[in-house]
Design a protein around this ligand. Sequence first.
Ligand SMILES: [Zn+2]
Length: 367
Amino acid sequence: MTDGETWLNILARERTFRYNLSMEQSSLQTKNTYPTYPLAELHAHLGTSVAPPILWQIAHDRGIKLPKSEYHEFRDYITLSPERPMPLNDYFSQVYHNILDPLSSGTWAVESAVYNTMSGAYRNGIELIELRTNPMKHNFNNEVDLDHLIMAMLRGMERALLEHSKLSAGIIFCIAREFDVERNKIIIEKAIKYHKRGVVAIDIAGPGTPGFDITAYKDVFENARAAGLGITVHSGEALDANDMWEALENLRPSRIGHGILASRDPALMDELVTRGVVLEICPLSNLATAALANEEALRATLRTLVDHGVKFCINTDWPEVIEDGHLQKQYRMLLEKGMLTDAELRTSARTAFEASFIPGPGLSAYL
Ligand SMILES: [Zn+2]
């Protein structure tokens, strides 16, 4: 370690080294599909990362009544696409919190969901995945003890890491704008408690809520940072939760979830560049929730961020409930539609590896 060099710099450099190594190895493969280089997924939510057939199976294992009694109708009901968008808050209330969260709740469901999501991601070309979730939305309103639930998630992650030695993984805990400060503080305390076992960061998620005061979290986020946790914040996705300036000043995140609205604010883009903040861009999610009106709006957003030198990476947000939402497909779509060049997409992949909160490779990160 040289003067002025921090552990984070060193970790970032090591990740770049591992990434370069993977890039060389991947160029030896003869895949016909793009991308041929390894990907990192930094922004995916647990409840929307479980494939519809598995949700269907969980519902029938438990005898849970679904809004649709025929599988294909159920799949279409919970799946979004740019052609069939649904505003973010409508999706939250009708599908996400009513169907997806309960089906991915309880110790058995979260262990299986984390395991299946992480191992499935690896089979689809993702070598590093950070999966995020609010544990209090998966414990049946406190019927399930939170520690049992968190350990079940970690068991699912450990199993995926054992099965795929080239996979790196970590879990991010989201607090909710609609929760009160006391409940959110419990989630952050749990993140600190399980940090060494694989909870790598904290996040703020959820729709804009009157009364939510980001300054109330300044101290607890500092405690989390001191304990080694990374910090990201959902912001600048929808107009009702566009608190990016406040988030930067009060919580000093190194990443922002979405942040697309920064493209309309040159001073904010300058600030992101100065601070080296990485935006976790989720292209198809923004189209599916109409956060961006159409492909032209997506193209303009991406080009503006590139032109201003804002660092970003491409992610899925909701990989299994957006049609053609898998990360590889989104990289391919952005290339085919000329929104980003091959070089820019490779930079995005590299940025994701470098900005990851995961402290080391594979299972050894937590041993
Ligand atoms: Zn998100």
